[in-house]
Design a protein around this ligand. Structure first.
Ligand code: COA
Length: 225
């Protein structure tokens, strides 16, 4: 990932608030009242550099303090490109080995989480200009391609090609390059307990109907069609 100076990164974050939040009124308001900007500011100028120096404990304590102030949890190890906009922010969690490209947007409640318990790359990589909607979870060491949009509430556990729109649980690609997605595009195979339960019930009802039909035939009655 190409790196800007810390100053450029902070300036780009600050601009991103204006570019991507129609509610942003003026510079002072963003400086004083945008928790997403504050969390990123402390991550960039202090917490992440201390983590890179290998300092134990202190970066985690500072990131916890930043979380206390902003309700946004960014692990000190997360690599974040310039121009990230975290809108509202409450409940955002960015895991240790997450990598975020330039000019991405995260809404409140987004989780960039891990699925492995090993000390390895276990969090997602977002390429440039990815948008992740409120409450979405992107889990595991997967890659979300540049310009893709993850819908509010989606759960994504497989890599997503560039310029896609992904919706639902499990996340599935519904648009790629502005066109309805080819059905062979990656879909996430996750257990569907509700669907399985409904299918099992339908089978059971059919079996019971067969039994009832046989009893009626033996009885000479016809209630079931
Ligand atoms: C997914 C999203 C990025 C798509 O935006 P878009 O490219 O403008 O596309 P559209 O709104 O035309 O929606 C495309 C399709 O996805 C569906 N869709 C949109 N959002 C969805 C969601 N969260 N979950 C499931 N389906 C969704 C739409 O119904 C539409 O379906 P259709 O093609 O069958 O009509 C957007 O809906 C979204 O969720 N953005 C996040 C916004 C957010 O979190 N805001 C918080 C502000 S506080």
């Amino acid at each position: 990932m190409q790196k800007d100076s810390i100053f450029r990164q902070v300036r780009r974050d600050w601009r991103a608030c204006f570019e991507r939040d129609p509610a942003a009124r003026n510079a002072l308001e963003v400086l004083l009242a945008y928790p997403g900007f504050h969390a990123l500011f402390w991550h960039r100028i202090l917490i992440h550099p201390l983590h890179r120096l290998g300092l134990p404990v202190i970066p985690r304590v500072l990131s916890n303090f930043s979380r206390f102030l902003t309700a946004i949890e960014i692990h000190p190890g997360a690599e974040i490109g310039a121009g990230l906009f975290i809108d509202h922010g409450s409940g955002v969690v960015i895991g240790e080995t997450s990598e975020i490209g330039r000019d991405c947007t995260l809404y409140q409640g987004v989780t960039l989480g891990g699925t492995s318990l090993r000390r390895e790359k276990r969090h997602p990589t977002l390429e440039d200009r990815v948008i992740v909607g409120a409450g979405a979870a992107i889990l595991g060491a997967i890659v979300v391609g540049a310009g893709s949009k993850i819908a509010a509430g989606a759960v994504v556990v497989k890599s997503v090609p560039p310029d896609c729109t992904v919706v639902g649980v499990p996340g599935r690609v519904i648009y790629q390059n502005g066109k309805p997605a080819d059905p062979v595009l990656p879909r996430v195979d996750m257990p569907d307990p509700e669907g399985d339960a409904i299918a099992a019930l339908a089978q059971r009802v059919e079996a019971l109907e067969n039994v009832a039909r046989k009893l009626e035939e033996a009885d000479g009655t016809t209630t079931l069609q």
